[in-house]
Design a protein around this ligand. Structure first.
Ligand code: C2E
Ligand code: CA
Ligand code: CA
Ligand code: CA
Length: 279
């Protein structure tokens, strides 16, 4: 029950969606959330296929609202993007992730990758790479272990600028994953032109592979395409042994999903890493 933290989201979608006024209130509260320390990172293991250890963790933002309870990211991230608050929040996330990365290294997990989500809106901050550089430099981390997950929409607004940002960050040692692959504005040119080393298959495909032949073909095609371009593949949202077996047969590299572990607070992650999944 201790690791059951991912389920306790309370969904306020309908509540917040009722009127624009509610939206504004949410944004105002979110502005305070950062200052009041209501934001928290949870960590979900990415397990090597066949359960041979944890390759990394995805850092996922949680908002513990004093009255509303746990607000789901799908609810407040869009508000943070609309208001631009995702920029300071995004830097806070990177700082926290770097701090945990350092801590993990001290504890001997010196190969554990920390993956952080980057929103398209963060690219609108023209000082992004400088600020990231400063944070990473101050945190004194092994930059090889920091991975940024971005969706293709991040590259849409200004592809040349996004490409420059990625190359600068890549030159610092950071790596990149293409998130939610296949769902948005997919362009295969991203796989070719950007320094992407990993592709994440969205859970909307993964969760249909047992029942839907088309989903099987899509997943199979994403894996073989990615592998032929020398990129690793992570399947997100794996919940059942059947899904795992399917992905395993296709030589998917890593599994992230409730089948292994839910996103969990830092202290629980440390317990988890000490368990049978010890690297
Ligand atoms: P995402 O990047 O696609 O993250 C994966 C989501 O799938 C997470 O939802 C995770 O908890 C969930 N998930 C993982 N395994 C399973 C499974 O087996 N079954 C099911 N049903 N779900 C699974 P979460 O944590 O609610 O986050 C939702 C979205 O919010 C993320 O989707 C991401 O787009 C965004 N997000 C979260 N944290 C951050 C952040 O720090 N910055 C930004 N920009 N976005 C974030
Ligand atoms: Ca992600
Ligand atoms: Ca997403
Ligand atoms: Ca996803």
């Amino acid at each position: 029950a201790k690791r059951d933290t991912g389920t306790s989201h309370r969904y306020f979608s309908s509540h917040f969606a009722q009127a624009g006024g509610r939206q504004l209130q949410l944004e105002a509260e979110l502005r305070d959330a950062l200052r009041k320390g209501e934001l928290e990172l949870h960590f979900q293991p990415r397990v090597l296929i066949n359960g041979r250890g944890v390759a990394g963790v995805e850092c996922l933002l949680r908002w513990n609202h004093p009255v509303r309870g746990r607000v789901a990211p799908d609810e407040f991230i869009p508000a943070a993007e609309r208001s631009g608050l995702i920029v300071p929040i995004g830097y806070w996330v990177i700082e926290q992730a770097c701090m945990r990365l350092r801590e993990a290294a001290v504890l001997g997990y010196s190969e554990l990758v920390f993956a952080v989500n980057l929103s398209f809106r963060q690219f609108h901050d023209r000082r992004m790479t400088d600020t990231m550089f400063r944070i990473i430099y101050n945190a004194n981390i092994d930059t090889r272990l920091l991975e940024l997950e971005l969706t293709e929409s991040a590259m849409m607004h200004d592809p040349d600028y996004a490409q420059r940002c990625l190359r600068e960050l890549h030159s610092l040692g950071l790596s990149f994953a293409l998130d939610d692959f296949g769902t948005g504005f997919s362009s295969l040119s991203h796989l070719q032109n950007l320094p992407i080393s990993l592709v994440k298959i969205d859970k909307s495909f993964v969760q249909r592979v047992e029942s839907d032949e088309d989903a099987q073909h899509i997943v199979s095609a994403i894996i073989s395409l990615s592998h032929s371009l020398r990129k690793k593949v992570v399947a997100e949202g794996v919940e059942t042994a059947g899904q795992l077996a399917f992905l395993s047969a296709l030589k998917c590299d890593q599994i992230q999903g409730y089948y292994y572990a839910r996103p969990m607070p830092w202290a629980d992650l440390l317990d988890y890493l000490e368990g049978p999944h010890r690297i």
